[in-house]
Design a protein around this ligand. Sequence first.
Ligand code: S3P
Length: 176
Amino acid sequence: MICETVVVTDRPIVLVGFMATGKSKIGRLLAERLGLPFVDSDAEIEATLGKSIVRIFAEDGEAEFRRVERIVITRLLEGVPQLIAIGGGAFIDDRTREALKARATTIWLDPPFAIIASRLKRSHERPLASGKIDEELLALWQERRPFYAEAHIRIETTEEEPGVDVDRILAALRQN
Ligand code: S3P
């Protein structure tokens, strides 16, 4: 494994952005390059409650999901710095966003909407996307963008090799 010793961080690095922006995929690769542990907040929430995101939304509702999400993310921000990929709605919650901005380096992954829409068509695990037509997803994407824009760094990602996006992120981190 190659560790990017030029990027030294004493803070967690958190990937934020809309659903299907590649936060987990890019996050894993980036964590490897940085020699940091990788963690996905959705997987942590599922482990904490012992059920899938789909079931949490269906049985407990979105407000309960957001409450647990906030607790889980706050816990992930404590302890050793790690690379954290968070769910697409986490940064929209005011308290979660403020905690993330204060305690982590936040990176917004921002691919064009067309890429997101085509990926979401193939996804069945996202309660807030399933059954929505492109116009509804576009409206949600536009509504959320001002919140994502509060992240420390914005990276316009592409559908090229994810390694290209990782290189761009590393370059931005070196300048940060
Ligand atoms: C959500 C995004 C999902 C997951 C949940 C809610 C959202 O994560 O946290 O379905 O509100 O945008 P991904 O961004 O990994 O799809």
